[in-house]
Ligand binder design. Structure first.
Ligand SMILES: [Zn+2]
Ligand SMILES: [Zn+2]
Length: 245
C-alpha cells in the first residue's frame, strides 16, 4: 500500500510541490539555509569547487598541483591556440566528471540550475568578455539522434540566458562526418576534425563565445575557432565546463 501511494501521481505532485517550497541543494537535496542564490550545500560546494590555480590560462591544461601559479604551458608558448581567451570550471574528475556524465548520458535535465551556475562562474572567474553571440560545438548527427539533445547546446543556452545574449544553436555546422575523438590519439584527433566545421554568416563581425562540455586536446575547439575566424568573427573566446588531460 505504501509503495503504491508513494508512486501515485498525487504523491508525486505533492512531493514536487513540497520540494519547491524549501530551497534544496541541487546535488544531495539537503535544505539550504543561506539566503543567496547559491544552489549547493557547503559539503557539495567543497567537492565541486572551481579550479583556481595550477593551470594554463590559454588552454586550461591542469598541472598536478592545484595550488601552483597560473602560467602558460609549453605548447601554448610555442603554438598559441586560435582563440583570444578561455574559461573553464574545473578539471574533468571527481564530482564534476560525474555531473557531466549524468547530464550527457542520463538525460538529467534537472541539473540545469547547477550547470547554469557553473558556466556562469567559469565565465566570471576567467574574466571573459561579454559576447555578442554564443555558439555551441556541434555534435555528430548520430549521437544527437540517440541522445535526443546536444549537451554543449544545453550549456550554451543556459549561459546565454544567464548573460542575456543571443544563442546561435546553428552557428557552427558539421560539414563532414568524423570519427569519435575519444578513440584517437592527439595527432589523429587534429586530422580527424580539421576542416570539419563551417560557421554560419551570423558570426561575421561578432564577438563569439564557443561553448562545449569537455575539452581534452582542444583539437575540436581549434577547428571550430578556425571556422569562426574564416567566417569573419571579430573575436573568439572559448568556455568549457571541464578540462580533461
Ligand atoms: Zn549538497
Ligand atoms: Zn596551454
Amino acid at each position: 500500500m505504501v509503495a503504491n501511494a508513494a508512486c501515485s501521481p498525487a504523491y508525486r505532485l505533492l512531493s514536487n510541490f513540497m520540494f519547491r517550497l524549501g530551497r534544496r541543494c541541487q546535488l544531495c537535496a539537503a535544505v539550504l539555509d543561506h539566503p543567496e542564490d547559491f544552489p549547493l550545500c557547503p559539503q557539495c560546494a567543497a567537492l565541486l569547487a572551481p579550479r583556481l590555480g595550477g593551470y594554463c590560462p590559454r588552454c586550461g591544461d591542469c598541472y598536478a598541483d592545484p595550488m601552483a601559479p597560473v602560467y602558460d604551458c609549453l605548447s601554448c608558448r610555442t603554438a598559441p591556440p586560435p582563440w583570444a581567451a578561455l574559461g573553464f570550471y574545473g578539471s574533468y574528475s571527481g564530482l564534476l566528471r560525474d555531473l557531466v556524465h549524468r547530464h550527457k548520458f542520463g538525460r538529467d535535465h534537472g541539473l540545469g540550475v547547477i550547470l547554469r551556475f557553473m558556466v556562469l562562474q567559469a565565465w566570471r572567474l576567467h574574466a571573459l568578455e561579454r559576447p555578442d553571440i554564443i555558439v555551441p560545438v556541434p555534435m555528430r548527427p548520430m549521437p544527437v539522434l540517440r541522445r535526443g539533445f546536444n549537451q554543449s547546446a544545453e550549456l550554451g543556452r543556459l549561459l546565454a540566458g544567464a548573460l542575456g545574449v543571443a544563442f546561435a544553436g546553428q552557428g557552427l555546422l558539421k560539414i563532414r562526418e568524423t570519427r569519435a575523438q575519444s578513440s584517437l590519439g592527439r595527432a589523429a584527433r587534429m586530422r580527424n576534425v580539421a576542416g570539419a566545421f563551417r560557421a554560419a554568416r551570423d558570426v561575421a563581425g561578432r564577438r563569439v563565445l564557443l561553448v562545449d562540455d569537455v575539452m581534452t586536446t582542444g583539437a575540436t575547439m581549434r577547428a571550430c575557432s578556425r571556422a569562426c575566424r574564416e567566417a569573419g568573427a571579430a573575436r573568439i573566446e572559448v568556455l568549457v565546463l571541464a578540462r580533461a588531460s
